[in-house]
Design a protein around this ligand. Structure first.
Ligand SMILES: NC(=O)c1ccc[n+]([C@@H]2O[C@H](COP(=O)([O-])OP(=O)(O)OC[C@H]3O[C@@H](n4cnc5c(N)ncnc54)[C@H](OP(=O)(O)O)[C@@H]3O)[C@@H](O)[C@H]2O)c1
Length: 145
């Protein structure tokens, strides 16, 4: 994924992994827009991120709400990349968790991010972004002989 001098939208970019990626992208000269749920967190994160790069903006909205997402994408120019850090976390790997737990984790992650995918496109309009990435983590188990 080429990230330099692109328009990036980072859903969940006001803390944790998302904010770290937002800072790295801003430092590379990208135009970075972050979305968070809490307005206070957005204002604080944009303040911190402006130290990394000049073009950082933020919006507070509920990324589970398709109407809010559609309004957001309608009001903004298209993005090159959308990265999302929404969704739950499953501790441990595939060996430690039941099939039901793994299935639930995958379902939670997919449906937490589906509204963003749907909000950014429509069968009748031009898509509002070129690429969509979901941060899923990894599940691994150490093997002992
Ligand atoms: N942390 C870990 O150890 C770990 C390990 C493995 C994988 N992961 C994965 O990485 C992802 C991110 O983890 P993290 O620790 O960086 O999370 P985090 O610090 O809690 O950050 C979550 C971000 O998402 C935003 N957000 C949550 N719900 C939202 C909504 N409905 N609408 C808009 N924004 C919303 C939050 O905004 P507000 O602050 O305004 O709510 C915040 O910016 C997790 O989902 C998980 O899958 C994390």
């Amino acid at each position: 994924m080429e990230l330099e001098h692109k328009r990036l939208l980072i859903v969940g970019g006001t803390s944790g992994f998302g904010q770290t990626v937002a800072g790295q992208a801003a430092a590379m000269g990208d135009h970075v827009q972050v979305i968070g749920h809490s307005r206070t967190h957005v204002v604080q994160a944009v303040g911190r991120l402006k130290a990394a790069g000049e073009v950082v903006t933020g919006t507070a909205l509920d990324a589970q709400n398709i109407q809010q997402l559609e309004a957001f994408f309608t009001m903004h120019p298209a993005f090159d990349h959308v990265l999302s850090f929404l969704g739950g976390t499953m501790g441990g790997g595939f060996l430690e968790n039941s099939v039901a737990t793994i299935r639930q984790a995958i379902e939670d992650k997919f449906f937490a991010n589906l509204p963003t995918g749907k909000g950014g496109g429509s069968p009748f309009k031009r898509p509002r972004f070129a690429h969509f990435y979901i941060r899923c983590g990894r599940a691994s188990s150490r093997c002992f002989r």
